[in-house]
Design a protein around this ligand. Sequence first.
Ligand code: CAA
Length: 259
Amino acid sequence: MSDYQDILVSEPDAGVMTITLNRPAARNALCNNLLKELADCLDASINDERIAAVIITGGEKVFAAGADIKEMADLDAVGVLNDIRPTYWRRIAQYPKPIIAAVNGFALGGGCELMMHCDIVIAGDNAQFGQPEINLGIIPGAGGTQRLLRTVGKSMAMQLVLSGEFISAAQARDFGLVSEVTIPEMSYPRALTLAKSIARKPPIAIRLAKESLLKAYETTLETGLNLERKAFTLLAATDDRNEGIAAFMEKRRPAFKGK
Ligand code: CAA
């Protein structure tokens, strides 16, 4: 796990893996190698039963300043067309376990998009969010126009993408991009508390809950309700569901096994 150059990986508590973006001199700009390492690291943990929840953070100063503009500068249209980066983004988007982002400082461009790939976002009150690609003569290229609009609505999505202006953590919370705002020193500890709590829950139910919630982005209500019902039915076949209900009846803590 420690062979990475642009991320730091740790297991700060049972069931939790923390990935720290680690290019401070470049404001954690998401160079190809960083994105590849992120996707590789997540993929490697999919079948690792010790990992139940993941935190992605950039530390206390900056989350990520977007795609690495210096790398982008070398790509012409054909280079962008053949770029491998979308495959890394797809792997991150398809990660089945919960990801919590602990965001301090700038989350811009691809950094804001990475944050939107995460399932829960805890932001320090020094965080700033934006899609400044327009200032470079481009537009968001990792889901910004799509995920932003679905989350914050048309007017604010247009404002962010067309003006390139940033919004504060409090505004991001008001618009549903972020679930909680803390002081910067507390964003990671709060994310860790949440991750530890999620790691103690029944993993199959957690996985199906995440899948059902994410489907709501991209399907009709009827299709989403059907998927939810099928997931709900499938869970009736798990030992963890029997254990959860038995523990409630017997007034004790459940011991989930992921079966
Ligand atoms: N790519 C490459 N390098 C970056 C970078 C980026 N996105 N953001 C910052 N850096 C580098 C700077 O070039 C600088 O390097 P040098 O010391 O070698 O000159 C170093 O990080 C520090 O940057 P600043 O001096 O600018 O730091 P600051 O604290 O004054 O400002 C900032 C921070 C507001 C984030 C500013 O750096 C900035 O505006 N960065 C670019 C933000 C941006 O436009 N992001 C969108 C990128 S495109 C994209 O993301 C496409 C997509 O959808 C995937």
